[in-house]
Structures are given as C-alpha cells and as structure tokens.
Design a protein around this ligand. Structure first.
Ligand SMILES: *Cc1c(COP(=O)(O)O)cnc(C)c1O
Length: 359
C-alpha cells in the first residue's frame, strides 16, 4: 500500500536541488499516486486531484480568459449552477441550454462566440443523456473546448475522452471514493498545455487534497469496479419495481426501456449506474410522508456511497435553483431521487414497499 505522506515539506539535498517534491500544496507523493490512478482509469495522460468537485470546476473557470462564453447544460448539479450563476457570472457569460438537443447546440455555437461547453451526462436529477460523439464533433467544428462532468457514471461506465471530449471532471466525493467519508474532485485530460495551466492555478490558489483523503480515495478505488456493478444490479431491480407500482407516476432510469434515450445510453455507457429519479403520485405532503417513512434509505443529500440515500431535489440538492427554472427543467415537488447502495436488494425493496404503504 502507498504510505500516507503526512508532510507539508521535503528535505532538499542542497539549495534548490530537491527529490521531486518541495511543498505539499504543489505536490505530495500520496496525491501523485491517486492522480496516476485516475488518469489511467479515464485513459488520460494527466490528472489533478482537488479539494472538492466544485473546486475542480472553479479551476477550469479560472483557466478561461475573462469574458469567455460558456454553454452549459440546463440540468446540471445544483452546486455547479450556483458556482456559475452566483460566482463566475461576474467574469464570464453563461448560456444554459438542453445539450441533448443537437440542433440547438449547433445553432448556439454558430450564433455565439463560445469558448467552452460544459456537459453533464446523465444529468442530475433528470438523467437526460447527451450524445458525446455528436456533441464533440460539433464543438470541434466551432473550435469549442468540451468538459464532461462524469460523476454519475464514474470511469467504470463511461470514458468521455474516447468520444473526443477534451476534459473530464469528477466529484470524487461520490462513486469514486464511494464510502461517504471524503470530499474531493479531479480533472483528467490529455493536453499538456491545459494541464500545466490548471496545475499552476491549483498551486497558486490552493485547492489541493490532503494526503490522508487521497489515500482513502485510493483505497476506495480498489473496489470501484465491483461497487459500480453492485449499484447497477440493485438499481435495475428497484427501477423495475417502482415502474410497476400503482403509487408511482413515472420512473426515470437509463436502464429502463421506457427511458427516451435508452438506446443512446447503451451505446455510450457500459452500465446504467445507480441513480434513479421518480415521481410519486400526489403532492408535496405525500412526498414528505414517503421520505420520512423510509428506514434503510437515509434521507440525505449526496450520492454514490455504498449506502442507499434518498432525497427531495426541490427542497434539498436543487434548492439553489430558482423555482421557475426548476419547474421548467421538470424538478417538481413530487420528484424524488435515490442513490441506490449495495445493500441486500430484498431489504431495499421492502423498505420502499413499507414507505409507499404509508402514503
Ligand atoms: C457532487 C457533485 C459535484 C460537486 O462536487 P463536490 O465534491 O460536492 O464539490 C459536481 N457534479 C456532480 C454531478 C455532483 O454530483
């Protein structure tokens, strides 16, 4: 096992002659091991490990020249939306569109002088899927760089650079670490120039990860492959169960044939993941009753851990998005999101059954 290099500084042989490491904001051997691991998982040459998913996003925003135009998916993670619309809107211009609509993407890139496209696929919480090959082809035509937030799929189920995407980002807080005990982020990419620019920004601004957290993530990654498969196996069963239940209006899961982009999901992903979104029949009162009745699912924000979580996006994860915008995207008051863990499937199904019976 790699040691935890719990040190801030490194002895030098003579002034300026160091042994590869000088100061841990710049580099740390445990973090380097994690970076090499992540680059390899995403089939990329370079990786940067950051203090959180959003700090990785902030570094990318800082790397753009002031006044840049960014086209961003209209259904991205709530914290990404908040970062762009309340922090970086002072430096850049953001255009939010449905990136699953190829015609709209082409029109937007044609009519605006766009610098970067920000894509999340599947989206959170609507699980809409963007065709990565088509979008990267359109983006290349207009010389627009592309970033994919690959948090929901993890490197096990989707590798965006194999479809021509330039930069991949993860919140390692979720599936990559997988044990709900570390906040972290990463960026993987193939351009040396862009990597060096991002590293310089990270070293100057400072959102690095601690050696201990890097070590925990390295340990978590050892089971990433089997965890993803276990999440998916449980999720398929739960999605099917919910779809057949009389108290459920609609279920959204890329692995269901009823998902409008099921075919595309099969084409660009090697698994469907552990996230399910569904609409309960009824109003907010019923949603609240259901959410406070589950016992094995923990009512909590976040996702991607080995334990099952359930949440109400309109009140919890997506509360920072204005109600009007939320409703337009489809995040209504009866929408519930679950992150399916790897517990025994019978326990999970029984828990949902009991809670639905109380509604
Ligand atoms: C959680 C999350 C983020 C932000 O990551 P943090 O580690 O919480 O800063 C970004 N994108 C997606 C899709 C997420 O789920």
């Amino acid at each position: 096992m790699p040691p935890i290099y719990q040190t801030t500084t490194y002895a030098q042989k003579s002034p300026g002659v160091h042994q590869g490491y000088e100061y841990s904001r710049s580099h740390n051997p445990t973090r380097t091991r994690l970076e090499e691991n992540l680059a390899s998982l995403e089939n990329c040459k370079y990786a940067l490990v950051t203090s959180s998913g959003v700090s990785a996003e902030a570094l990318i925003m800082h790397s753009l020249k002031p006044g840049s135009t960014i086209v961003c998916g209209d259904d991205v993670y709530g914290g990404t939306y908040r970062l762009f619309t309340t922090v970086f809107h002072e430096f850049h211009q953001f255009i939010f569109i449905d990136t699953t609509d190829k015609v709209l993407v082409e029109k937007t890139l044609k009519e605006n002088n766009v610098d970067l496209m920000w894509i999340e696929t599947p989206t959170n919480p609507m699980l809409k899927i963007t065709d990565l090959k088509s979008i990267s082809t359109i983006a290349k035509k207009y010389k627009v760089k592309t970033v994919v937030d690959n948090t929901f799929m993890s490197p096990i189920f989707q590798n965006p650079t194999s479809f021509g995407i330039d930069v991949v980002l993860h919140s390692m807080t979720k599936f990559i670490n997988g044990h709900s005990d570390v906040v972290g982020g990463c960026i993987t990419l193939n351009s040396k120039k862009d990597y060096e620019k991002l590293w310089k920004l990270q070293n100057s601004i400072g959102p690095t990860q601690s050696p201990f957290d890097s070590w925990l993530v390295l340990r978590g990654i050892k089971t990433l492959n089997i965890r993803m498969k276990a999440h998916e196996k449980n999720a398929i069963e739960i999605a099917k169960y919910l779809e057949g239940h009389s108290k459920i209006e609609k279920v959204i899961y890329p692995g269901l044939k009823s998902h409008p982009q099921h075919k595309l999901a099969k084409k660009q992903m090697t698994g469907f993941g552990g996230m399910i979104t569904f609409f309960l029949k009824g109003d907010i009162k019923k949603s609240k009753k259901f959410l406070s009745s589950v016992k094995i699912f923990s009512l909590a924000e976040s996702l991607g851990g080995v334990e099952s979580l359930i949440e109400h996006p309109a009140i919890m994860t997506h509360a920072s998005i204005p109600k009007k915008v939320r409703e337009e995207i489809g995040i209504h008051d009866n929408l519930i999101r679950i992150s399916v863990g790897i517990e025994d499937i019978d326990d999970l199904l029984k828990d949902l059954e009991c809670a639905l019976n109380k509604v």
